[in-house]
Ligand binder design. Sequence first.
Ligand SMILES: Cc1ncc(COP(=O)(O)O)c(C=O)c1O
Length: 354
Amino acid sequence: MSKKHNFSAGPCILPQEVFQKSAEAILDFNGIGLSLLEISHRSKDFVAVMDEARAIVKRLMNLGDDYEVLYLGGGASLQFVMVPFNLMKAENGKAAYLDTGVWAAGAIKEAKKFGTVDVVGSSKEENYSFVPKDYTVGSEYDYFHCTSNNTIYGTQMKSFPKVDTLMVCDMSSDIFSRQLDFSQFDLIYAGAQKNMGPAGVTLVVVKKDILGKTGRDIPFILNYQSHIDKESMYNTPPVFPVYASLLTLQHLENNGGIAAAEVRNEAKAKLLYEEIDRNPLFETFCVKEDRSLMNVSFRLLDESKKEEFDNAWKAAGISGLNGHRSLGGYRASLYNALPIESVQVLVEVMKNLN
Ligand SMILES: Cc1ncc(COP(=O)(O)O)c(C=O)c1O
C-alpha cells in the first residue's frame, strides 16, 4: 500500500527515517544483539540516549545550564497538575491563566484544586475563535499559564506577553515548529506526539531556580526536582518514545534546525490558507490574525458538497482530515514532518470541488 498523506492531529506523521531507525532499534539496538525494548534503562546504551535526548533540546532551543530537560510520563495532561503542584504557593497561592481552548480549560480546571485561578483572558464565548491579547499579569501571581497553539480551533499565539511573574507554556502542538526566544519561558511542556515523537512521553523544560519555593509537600513522583536529581530516570522512563523522540530531534537538527522548519511550515500554511481564502466553498473557524501554522481548522460552507469532498480527499490518499469531534468540519495538521507535496494534493482536491 502506498504511503498516505497524513494530516492527523496527533499522534501524527513523523519523518520516515524515524520509523525506519525505530524499527531497526526494536530488532537490534546499536548492533548489540538486543532489542531497545529488552535492555535496562540503566544500561550505558540507553543512558547515552537519555543524555543526548536532554542535550539536543537545549541545543535546539538555545538554552543554557540554568534550564533542565525532562522526559516524563502521563501526557501533557499530567502537567496540568504538576505545574500548580510545583509552582503555586501553598498559602494564598494564585495563578493567572489564559483560556484559549479545551486544553487550556483543562489546565485551569486542575489548577483550581491548588489555589486561586484568575482567567485573565478567554475567548470561550466566541467558541475560541481568537486569542485574547488585552490583559496584563502582575507580580501578585505565582505564575502565568498559556497555550501557544490551540490544536482543536487552529489558533496560535503569534507573540507572548511580558508578564511580571513566571511564564509557563503548554507547547504541545507547536513545539520546535518556529523560532522563539525560549528563554522568555520559565517552564515549557509538550506531549511528544505531534512535532517531536510518538505518544507516551512528555517533554518538560524548566528553569531550575524557580523550584522548591511553594511550601508544599509534593509527592516525589510529581516533584520536578526528583526527576532533575535523577536526570530524568527517577522511575523507569518510557524508553521507546524517548528514543524515537531523540531520532526525530536529530532529524530536525540535521535538516536546518528550527529555523529551516519554520520556513517550511510557513510555506505549507500559506499554500493552504490561500486556497481557503480564494475558494468560496471554505472558511476557517478562527480570525485571520491568529491562524495557526500547525493546525488549519476549516469548514465547508455548502453541506451538500460534503460527500463529494470527503470521497475526493480519501481517493487522493489523504488521511486524518476530519475536524475534532467538538468542532466538526476539517482540520489539516501541518506538523514538521508533513511534506509540502501533501498540502499540494489537498489544495488540488479543494480546487476541483465546485
Ligand atoms: C495543546 C494541548 N495540550 C494538551 C494536550 C493533552 O495532551 P495529552 O493527551 O498528552 O495529555 C493536547 C492534546 O492534543 C494538546 O493539543
